[in-house]
Design a protein around this ligand. Structure first.
Ligand SMILES: O=C(CO)COP(=O)(O)O
Length: 250
């Protein structure tokens, strides 16, 4: 049995004070037995967030990091720094980072491997652009990105990775994939994990759907056989909406 995981990706929203106020509002509510609840915040809000979630089951994630432990990398944050704060998850290879910040399959792989050195659970994002979907290349793109991200991991590490399937055309557009389509692609991604690491690893890996998930549609996605949770942008920013997302994953 895979534990469902709802992760809010706050992107470039919320100050430290706003993050603390958010946790005060969702405490005890966005905590549902059998569902993992993770908030991925901007770096500057992480210390406040780690403090605020103490005594709750909510976990804290970052949205990026550098694979080197330290060095002359101006503006970067390393895994050991996140670990030091008490951060438990990190989003890797979000399509916005691939599109605007030169993230590649290679850097995604370096970061995915590095995450395990610092006890960070990677949430690895894959997904196709609109023109790739229209050209019938969705599965091919997801296979290439998944294979590249997981290259060089042990089966034991791969089993702990969370993969987020986020069709790029569905992000922030209000146009979500149908639950059936998302389930088909996610099932295919699981097959790729099985081909690389074996069946038991593939059965353990959690694969989320992301792209315009909201309280009104989360249950539909969660009712699908291969969808183990959601990575949510816009609808994770408001406390009541976030609570409903976590409740919807039960
Ligand atoms: O990019 C996303 C989560 O990482 C999805 O964003 P939206 O939920 O705002 O579509």
């Amino acid at each position: 049995m895979r534990t469902p995981i709802i992760a809010g990706n706050w992107k470039m929203f919320k100050t430290a004070a706003e993050a603390t106020a958010f946790v005060e509002a969702v405490k005890g509510k966005a905590e549902v037995g059998g569902v993992e609840s993770v908030i991925c915040a901007p770096f500057t809000a992480l210390p406040a967030l780690v403090e605020a979630v103490k005594g709750t089951t909510i976990r804290v994630g970052a949205q990026n990091f550098h694979w080197e432990e330290s060095g002359a990398f101006t503006g970067e944050i390393s895994g050991v720094m996140l670990q030091d704060l008490g951060v438990k998850y990190v989003i890797i290879g979000h399509s916005e980072r691939r599109a605007y910040f030169a993230e590649t399959d290679e850097t995604v792989n370096k970061k995915t491997k590095a995450a395990f050195q610092y006890d960070l659970i990677p949430i690895v994002c894959v997904g196709e652009k609109l023109e790739e979907r229209e050209a019938g290349r969705t599965k091919e793109v997801c296979k290439v990105q998944t294979d590249a991200a997981l290259e060089g991991l042990t089966a034991e590490q791969a089993a702990k990775v969370v993969i987020a399937y986020e069709p790029i055309w569905a992000i922030g557009t209000g146009k979500s994939s149908t639950a059936e389509d998302a389930n088909e692609v996610i099932g295919y991604i699981r097959e790729q994990v099985a081909a690389k690491f074996g069946d038991s690893t593939a059965q353990a890996v959690r694969i989320q759907y992301g792209g315009s998930v909201k309280p009104a549609n989360v249950k539909e996605f969660m009712s699908q056989s291969d969808i183990d949770g959601a990575l949510v942008g816009g609808a994770s920013l408001e406390p009541n909406s976030y609570i409903q997302l976590v409740e919807g994953a039960r």
